[in-house]
Structure formats: C-alpha cells, structure tokens
Design a protein around this ligand. Sequence first.
Ligand code: SAH
Length: 567
Amino acid sequence: MIGLISATAAGAAARDRLAAAWPGRTRVYEGPVGEAVRTAFAECEQLVCFLATGAVVRLLAPLLGDKAADPGVVCVDEGGRFAVSLLGGHGGGANELAREAGELLGAEPVVTTATDAVGLAGLDTLGLPYEGSVATVSRALLDGEPVALEAESAWPLPPLPTSPQGAYTIRLTDRDVAPGEREVLLRPPSLVVGVGASRGAPVEEVLGLVEGALREAGLSPRSVAELATVDAKSEEPGIVAAAERLGVPLVTYSAEELAAVEVPHPSHAPLAAVGTPSVAEAAALVRGGELLVPKRKSVREDGQAAMATCAVVRRPGRGRLAVVGLGPGARDLLTPRAAAELRRASVLVGLDQYVDQIRDLLRPGTRVLESGLGAEEERARTAVAEARKGHAVALIGSGDAGVYAMASPALAEASEDIDVVGVPGVTAALAAGAVLGAPLGHDHVSISLSDLHTPWEVIERRVRAAAEADIVVTFYNPRSRGRDWQLPKALAILAGHREPTTPVGVVRNASRPDEASRVTTLAGLDPATVDMMTVVTVGNTATRIIAGRMVTPRGYRWQERTQEGAR
Ligand code: SAH
C-alpha cells in the first residue's frame, strides 16, 4: 500500500491524481501531517508526501529503523515539479516510485542513489537473496574496479559491468559457502526439495531431514525455490509447516504425473499409499533438473520407523527473451516498458542501425550482438541460443517487433525452456496514420510488397482481395532499388476498384528528424517518390481529404449523413 499525505490544496489535487491513477494501491491519510506521516510510516510499504523535504526529514527522523524494513519515501514539491526519492531508494522502491509518480504528475524524478545515477543495477535490487558486503562490491563497480562475476548457475541477471578477473567478486551460487570479504553471494532459486511423509509426521522431523540433506550436500537453504510433494499430501501439517518455516511455497503434483517420472529409487510403500512409486524423488524431478541428493529417510531418535523422505534437485535457470519494438524512431514513441526491457537485458541482439538508435539507454555491462541487414535468421538463432544459456536477452526491432520483423523467426526457434516477453511498439502504419490524419478509421490491412520472403503471386492475390473488399491498405517495403515495379502494379490493382481521386498518403521516416509526408491521389502518386523508408496508405472508397488531412469515416452511414448535410 502507498500512503499519500498532503497539507495544501495543490498537494491534495496532485495526491488525488495519483490515487485515481493507482486504484487499490494507495491510501489517503488526512488530518495533521505529523500524525498522518507517523501512521502511514507504520502501515504502508511506501509513502508519497506532498510536503517539503525538510518537513518530512524532521518527521521521519525519530521513526527510522532498519534500511531493509523501512518504507520507501518520495516527496513531491508544492509546484509538482520534482518527485524526490528521499528514503529507501532501492529496498523501499522509492527510486522507482519517484519515476512512476513523476511520470504521472509531469514531475522530474530526483534520484541520488549512486548505482541508479550511473545506470547500474543495484546488487540488492536483483530480486535474489544476497549475502556479503553489497556496499563494498557496489562501490568497486562504481569506481570502475575490476569485479568478477562467477556464475555457477545460469540465471537471467541484468547487465553488470564485470570483468573476467577481479579483486572483488559477485558469486551466483546455490552452494552453502560463506562470502569472502570482497564478495557478494547471490542466491538463485535453483533448488527443489521433494518431500514425502506419512500421516502425522511432525514438522521437526520433516524440517530436520530437509535441512540435514541440504547441509550434507553443501547446499544453501536460501536457494531453495520450493518444496514439492504429491497432491494427497498438500495439507499434511508437517510438510505445510516445513515449507512455511523455510519461507518457500509448497507445490503439489498428481500421483499420475509423479508415477510417470523415472526415478532411481522407486518403492512399494508410496505406491500402495498414494498411487505413485516415488514421491520425494519424483516431485523433485518432475520439472526436470539434476538429482543432487537421492531419496533419504529421516532418522528418529526414538528408533521408530522414519516418517519422512526427501530428495534435492537443481533446476537449470530459465533464460528470458524479450522481443522489443522500438517504435518508428522518435525517442518519445519508444514505450517506457520497452526502455525498461532494454535496461533489464544483459544481452542485446539487433540490427546495427536499431542498436545505434537506443545505445544510450543500455546499462554499462550490456553485451551487444549487432549484425547487418539480411542476417535475420542468424539474429533470431543467436537471441534464442543466448536465452537458452540462461541469459536475459532483448531482441529488438523497429516499430513493432512482431510486424514484418524479428518476433516470428525468433519464436519459431524458441523452446519451452525459456520465458518470452513481448513488448509492443508503434508500427509504421500507425505512426504514418497519425501524420496523415485518420486514414485507418475503418477496416484496414498492411501488405508488404517485398517479394523476398513471399512469392509475388501471393502478394498480388492479397492486394486484389483488399481491393475487392474496399479495405484501406498500408504498403510496407513499398519500393527499393531493384524492386521498382511492384508498387505501380499494386496501385493498378487497387485502381481497378477505386476512383483515380482516392486519397493516398505517403510518409517517409515517420517521427524521425527528416520526416516527410504528402497526401495525394491514386492517379497523382509518382512511385519514384517512394523508397524503403516509406509507407504508402491508400484510402478506401469512403476516404476523403478534409482540410488537407486524410480521413476514413468510421462507417459508411456517417459518410451518407455528412454528404446529406453538405447538400
Ligand atoms: N517492424 C516494422 C516494419 C519493418 S518492415 C514496423 O512495425 O514498423 C520495414 C518497412 O517498414 C520499411 O520498408 C517501411 O515501409 C516501413 N517503416 C518502418 N519504419 C518507418 C518509418 N519510421 N516511417 C515510414 N515507414 C517506415
């Protein structure tokens, strides 16, 4: 919950804008501000105070506790010009909150945490448990000292400016080692502990078994991602409580699913009791991975029969492939989500000219794999291969990456062992539409005139279908050197079904510094003025030029009405 506190009318107005934009996320604290700040500080994870920083500092001073537990606090000034991340920049999420609030209020976010200021990911913000001297190693990164990354498991970390060797180390490991003086340990959630228990098994017995198994195998409990068992044991108190004490979820599988898993130590007892020859090993292995600790039984001090079993598996880290559309060119048409994914990826794959477009957004340490025109298949394969190694990869494309671009070749290569995230971008047809007026007000299609990937007969059939159906058409890849007859041919097909006066919009380099556009007609268009940086939008029989803008009515009735009105 985000607590909102204000003192003045201007503050209250800004406060209400945040409350309206974030339904269910905020709580307004009214009344005297001192009391309001104290209550909100105790009740909320984050605070936005529409108050002077000085006032807030004085109010917060006696309340400050642990950096890890205190809420993040953002102050917004009376004029709504700045959103200051005051407290809990990383752990409290105040830097992010200042950015979000700033965006909504039109205020400049003010962030002073060193790692953010230079674009480094804070080691304490990676979403992984960590041990060791974060401050020391972060400072070394900031000072440009060599810091080595020793990743014993694959994990999709954000970019970190590390070196092959260094006096400082960031170690990604699930092994139970202690951090060195100049070392930070990051704990990937790579371990799955399968557990079985007979009815009434005490929590101490289950937990003792699990902790003992991890200890003897030299594994860190902080890397345990989940406890896994069979459905029938989903409410077994000893197992449920053990998961709770370890602070991990309990995941259960059907006996049928577990029975299908091949395990080294099947046995009769669980088969008779719950219908699968293995619970612990099968539940640990069911989603794949390497068996580190085969099934073992608890040992009871009273000499009674063991009531619990467990097995430990290490799962490979899942890589992450973000397919990111950069928009048509202008920086402010690149979405905030796309920018966030570019900063999130440690590996960036793309066409060199697109990489140049966004290089300044990348964090230090990002590995850039750029290639020239035409290497599409290779780029797709590279991006997927890097993700399958466990990296966080961004594959970029202009406009929308799914429109005549990289998303489909990449996803054709991708397997289920990686996570895929798509970020939509403003495609050229939309960017051009906004420049031209409202040409896409009714049904429309995009057709690429490039016969590189598609036989011309197929393209021609689609142009004909659009012509017959009276649909507005945007031509991508309309014309290039050596590919000059396709556009006239396509326009001729449309002209068979539309008047010579049908409006046509030509937009070159939409949203880029040298943007140029013109509205003409089917008869008036000179194909020689069209090139590969251009899209051509041909109206339907209802499209009109109104005040120099291309407008396709939302329906044919509207057209009748406006024509009657004009009469
Ligand atoms: N994925 C891109 C399209 C790639 S195909 C998108 O969604 O926009 C390349 C073609 O897109 C170019 O030949 C041109 O026709 C068109 N195009 C891309 N960006 C453009 C821009 N800024 N202005 C005009 N046309 C553009």
